[in-house]
Design a binder for this molecule. Sequence first.
Ligand code: UD1
Ligand code: UDP
Length: 362
Amino acid sequence: MKVDIIAGARPNFMKIAPIISAIRERQKKGSHLSFRLVHTGQHYDRAMSGRFFEELNIPEPDVNLEVGSGTQAEQTGAIMIRYEKLLLDHPSDLCLVVGDVTSTMACSIAAKKLNMKVAHVEGGIRSFDMTMPEEVNRLVTDVLTDYFFTTSEVANQNLLRSGVPPQAIFFVGNTMIDTLLLNQPRFSPPTFWHGLNLQASNFFVVTLHRPSNVDSAEKLTSLLVQITLGADGLPVIFPVHPRTKKTLQGTAMSWPNLHIVEPLGYLEFNYLVSKAKGVITDSGGVTEEATVLGIPCMTLRNSTERPETVTIGTNELLGTDPQVIRPAMLKIMQGRWKQGGVPEKWDGKTAVRIVEILEKLS
Ligand code: UD1
Ligand code: UDP
């Protein structure tokens, strides 16, 4: 069976890396499972794409659809048109998508309309917030999916409630955590570590890129002001997503303890997270990584599609009112943050489970 592995945006790369390794291991043992890596080009800056291929030993994509940026419909349409053409010229047996970005949804639609099977890694998670483009992507993708590889019991229940038959659901765990655990020994300090005199537990890490937090300069600056004040002089390291950079360019954020840096490589970013006093984020993946690394995590959103990071892990859902930030940071400073555990099957073996199942399906 030939599997198309689809990736388009930053959080996809960590999720596909272990699946590709597991397929290659299986091939060494004589498996006929093969793959074609399709990069949609949704993210294209080296810092948002190419660097992860180098760091995580992901092979060069077989095909790059080079769609670039655009509105939701422009991106969706461009990916569908180009992926459909690829499939018509060079068919494949199964379309394997990961996560919830526009590339995930667009490729699922193109594949299903050509009667291909679709597998969704991270299927079934829901924020129930239809203002998020990702929630639309999740719902559409899951309506089209044949095989669901899920990260949690909550995802299983969401799928069962929506009428998915139990035999289509495979509770395998979290491939993003496979990548985290495999690479943990390779985490390394960023170049500014010594220059900023960073030490374990004496700084905060911030990432923000959700449209609701970063598309308005007023909203973004009010969040950053509260974070910077809440750090009480400790350094705040803020690797800025390109979407956020566009908004920041029109503002004058200058505080001695706020360090705005380019997006970091995976090994540097997770070195920082693993040493941080706390993480403040609106990312989904970062809440999972902070949970496994046991680092206090504040999510500046009103909902999460990853409730296990809150019920089991170190994450707390704070909402987006800037006033909630300082009391929560004080709780971290005073050592009053909850201790977390690690969700079931987030054990570094998820990709091997997925590939075993793919082998059986083929
Ligand atoms: C996308 C995903 C989001 C995910 C995030 C991860 C969707 C709907 N959103 O959001 O779920 O959490 O990626 O990072 O799929 N840009 C660059 N260089 C790049 C990529 C983007 O400059 O390499 C800029 C462009 O101005 C672009 C903007 O960032 O318009 C937004 O990019 P886009 O891919 O549309 O969405 P993200 O906000 O990155
Ligand atoms: N990440 C990174 N460098 C950064 C910020 C994040 O390598 O400067 C990694 C992070 O460790 C995680 C992934 O990017 O593996 C999360 O992606 P993102 O926050 O862009 O997307 P989301 O998970 O919110 O969809």
